[in-house]
Design a protein around this ligand. Structure first.
Ligand code: GLY
Length: 325
């Protein structure tokens, strides 16, 4: 058995570990853990408490993948519901589809009785108002929101706290592997922007025969590189979990233009070995792991791999960072 999550998963991993110890299925244990992170307002990039988009709305993405059936469920741009991971699970359980977005996802969530909720927490509302007052021109304020948003689509957040996610990967006692993801995406993103968390193969992939991978950070990069699927495929081709992640990191070196920022790649293999690399990461980047025999989950440093010395997109230039509230 093993459960792996990123730093943001701290409030959920204890419950996931307990459920795995009790013999529960990986997917059930993951869903329970992710729900706790979605409810944790101190996690600024997941669920209630997440940063809003350019219109001040919190749009949530999430996914699950059952590595024993290769069934997935995902939602993107979901508004007004507290637990995207559970809506994603029900997409998998009840529909012949794998991904619902926007109004359709919200309609489905309402139809199955998912819990509604106000997602914009006070700290986010205040930060958004400070950004709006500080950055939006008087002419645009008068016509808001019927103005071009593209000029405002830049960093308004500290990139180390504004572009994250939670990801959970687990191998249960019966040998099944699963993944779960949940995020509010980037703070101040263009409305409708999806990151990698609901994109199976980019932000997460699980195959009980070989292992699983899930990513945090700049989803724009893992979408382009197909990172999560690539890592599992490299394991299928015979690479160790560490070698497979490093091969996927090498794939990222081919990305030209666009956003080059931090991505953290978390992976496990079918024997429960794990490896976590923070691409363009910082020494402060940690993950959480629980293995049988550990009384409590442990926080460990990620291996840092630089593929770019300079991360210009991550450095707000003239733009003030509004999340330092
Ligand atoms: N990795 C989360 C996102 O890009 O939205």
């Amino acid at each position: 058995m093993i459960i792996l999550t990123n730093n943001e998963g701290k409030s959920g991993i204890g419950t996931t570990a307990r459920l795995l110890r009790e013999g529960r299925a990986a997917l059930d244990a993951i869903e329970a853990g992710v729900r706790l992170v979605e409810d944790d307002e101190t996690v600024r990039t997941v669920g209630r408490g997440g940063w809003p988009n350019l219109l001040g709305e919190v749009e949530l993405d999430g996914s699950v993948m059952d590595g024993s059936t290769l069934r997935t469920g995902a939602v993107g741009g979901l508004k007004g519901f507290r637990h995207p991971v559970s809506v994603a699970r029900q997409v998998m359980e009840r529909l012949p589809h794998e991904l619902l977005i926007g109004d359709g996802a919200a309609r489905f969530a309402a139809e199955i009785g998912e819990e509604r909720g106000e997602l914009l927490a006070d700290h986010s509302r205040k930060a958004y108002q400070r950004w709006f007052d500080g950055e939006v021109s008087p002419a645009d304020r008068a016509n808001w929101p019927d103005v071009p948003l593209t000029p405002y689509c830049q960093n308004a957040v500290d990139p180390e706290i504004g572009k994250d996610t939670t990801v959970f990967l687990a191998l249960d006692a019966a040998g099944h592997i699963a993944t779960g993801t949940s995020t509010s995406g980037w703070g101040w993103k263009y409305p409708g922007r999806l990151g990698d968390s609901p994109i199976i193969g980019a932000g997460a992939y699980a195959d009980t025969r070989y292992g699983a991978c899930a990513c945090t950070g700049a989803g724009e990069m893992t979408i382009r590189a197909g990172t999560a699927r690539a890592v599992v495929l490299y394991m299928k081709m015979g690479m160790s979990v560490e070698r497979a992640v490093k091969e996927a990191v090498d794939d990222m070196r081919a990305l030209k233009g666009g956003l080059i920022s931090r991505v953290t790649i978390h992976a496990i293999d079918a024997r429960g070995t794990h490896y976590v690399a923070a691409v363009n990461g910082l020494p402060t980047n940690h993950y959480w792991v629980w293995l049988p025999g550990m009384p409590e989950p442990e926080s460990r440093p990620c291996e840092i791999i630089q593929i770019s010395e300079d991360r210009p997109q991550d450095k707000p230039t003239a733009m003030k960072v509004y999340t330092d509230v």
